[in-house]
Ligand binder design. Structure first.
Ligand code: 4NP
Length: 155
């Protein structure tokens, strides 16, 4: 079975990227690839915190437990350790590209546009909105994760 190391990245590492990690883990379980997963933020606002309670709750509705994750910031080593670093939005991607060393191992892409065929767009930041934003985030991340894992199966 092919194996990939994937880092999901957003701004705070408490809403979108922990959810993306949990959803990818679940999608990969029923696939032909093995994923080693982690998540991180481009900012250091929430270091050591567990995911936002609204993110935990929206994933719990589909039996995915992300409550044991703890926020950390992206570091240079990540670019050498992971095969893919997937950003939730264009600002995250721009920040990652600034940090990316010339000899990076990782492919650094926007999660919703992981290949030229994928057109899922940016994953909106739900932090300042209501609970419905977290359900929308979960559904968007699920669509992307299914397509991404299907893509990895072809590699
Ligand atoms: P995330 O959402 O990037 O999906 O984790 C945010 C979390 C916290 C903040 C912004 C976005 N914040 O400004 O603290």
């Amino acid at each position: 079975m092919k194996s990939f190391k994937i880092l999901t990245v957003c701004l705070g590492n408490i809403c979108r990227s922990p959810a993306a990690q949990g959803i990818l883990e679940t999608v990969a379980k029923n696939s032909r690839v093995f994923l080693e997963l982690d998540s991180a933020g481009t900012a250091a606002y929430h270091l050591g915190n567990k995911p936002d309670s609204r993110s935990i709750a929206s994933l719990r509705q589909v039996n995915i437990d992300i409550s044991r994750q703890s926020a950390r910031q992206v570091c240079e080593e990540d670019f050498h350790n992971f095969d893919w670093i997937v950003a939730m939005d264009k600002a995250n991607l721009a920040n990652l590209k600034e940090l990316q060393p010339a000899d990076a191992r990782a492919r650094v892409v926007m999660f919703g546009e992981f290949s030229e065929l994928a057109q899922f767009g940016e994953v909106d930041d739900p932090y300042y909105g209501g609970d419905e934003g977290f359900v929308h985030m979960r559904e968007h991340l699920t669509s992307i994760s299914q397509a991404f894992v299907a893509h990895l199966e072809t590699l």
